[in-house]
Design a protein around this ligand. Structure first.
Ligand SMILES: [Zn+2]
Length: 337
């Protein structure tokens, strides 16, 4: 039996109350991406008592993450723990009374659909628009609200997308310049991340307790360094002929076949290759001939000629130390044969 006193200050807050708290306990939220935005959103939602959280992320913890990604530690860097796993482990020590699932995959239309169907809300904590457009289409197809969030430098923005009511991401992009649409190389400060998460999680709680009349219907934009705050009314940007949220949707991002896509990861000097699934145990012995191998239950990595290759269960590999797809593939095939 849950000891409700842990939520005392939240139930004392009249708009939530005991009734709202009871609703939260029966809700399930999918958090796509478990970096700066995702780990903080997950922490706030876990502390707030959301009954079930599913954390989805493709990456593992690196030293450059610790400046702004709250749930991670130096031990996670040392062990190359996948972010979704590290976050879930930490959250379990914060709130053991909720269910927390971790999924180490690169989000695609195919592998996300089953998660989307099970949840009440999706939090966008990704760093790329390919994934956001997949979320946008899945959310509209299965009528699940989702909350867009992005940040760069000292700026951030957020908008809550309610299928059938608000404009969708595609509609929004046609009327408002949205940053993050290109590869950003200007860095980011921790407070900007937290400000976006604050907006996302507040709206999430409103949606989950069905306080619909209190939802923020405007796009929020800010720049903490330059002291700029803005809310933009985008209600008229909803397009009747939109392929994602219009009257006859075709959900273009769900039909796009990208299962063999090789891509350069934004600002990371890393190429992601989707290849064959190799059993990690057999890779571990095979890679030993090339250099020092590091392994955990989720990945195997090896360093070769100042490049690091990391192989995951789902057939993906990262080649760190290059932005060249050609170079990355060359070393990848040299290793896997
Ligand atoms: Zn739309």
């Amino acid at each position: 039996m849950t000891d409700m006193s842990r939520y005392h200050r939240q139930t004392l807050f009249a708009p939530i109350g005991k009734e709202g708290q009871a609703k939260l306990a029966h809700k399930h939220v999918l958090i796509v991406g478990c970096g700066a935005l995702g780990s903080s959103a997950a922490e706030m939602l876990a502390r707030a008592g959301i009954g079930e959280l599913t954390l989805l992320d493709r990456d593992y913890v690196e030293l450059t993450n610790l400046q702004r990604q709250h749930l991670f530690t130096e031990a996670d860097v040392e062990n190359k723990t996948p972010k979704a796993v590290a976050a879930a482990n930490k959250l379990a020590t914060i709130n053991s009374e909720i269910t927390i699932n971790h999924v180490v995959i690169d989000a695609t239309a195919d592998n996300m659909v089953n998660y989307v169907k099970q949840v009440d809300l999706i939090i966008d904590a990704t760093d790329n628009f390919d994934t956001r457009f997949i979320i946008n289409d899945l959310a509209h197809k299965y009528q699940v609200p989702w909350i867009f969030g992005a940040c760069v430098g000292s700026s951030g923005m957020s908008f809550s997308i309610m299928p059938g009511q608000t404009p969708c991401l595609d509609c929004l992009l046609k009327v408002t310049p949205v940053f993050g649409a290109t590869c950003d190389a200007v860095g980011v400060i921790g407070p900007a991340v937290q400000m976006v998460v604050t907006h996302q999680v507040t709206e999430a709680i409103k949606i989950l307790i069905e306080a619909n009349q209190k939802l923020r219907t405007q796009l929020v934009l800010f720049d903490l360094w330059h002291n700029h705050y803005q809310q933009i009314d985008v209600s008229r940007s909803k397009q009747e002929n939109c392929k994602s949220c219009g009257v006859t949707p075709t959900y273009p991002s769900l039909t796009y076949q990208n299962s063999t896509k090789t891509e350069v990861l934004c600002g990371r000097e890393t190429v992601q290759i989707r290849g064959r699934k190799y059993p990690l145990e057999s890779l571990e012995s095979k890679l030993a001939q090339f250099g020092e191998v590091q392994a955990n239950p989720f990945l195997v990595s090896v360093e070769i000629d100042s490049k690091r290759l990391v192989f995951f269960h789902d057939g993906r590999a990262f080649v760190h130390g290059t932005n060249s797809i050609e170079d990355a593939k060359k070393i990848y095939y040299q290793v896997v044969g």
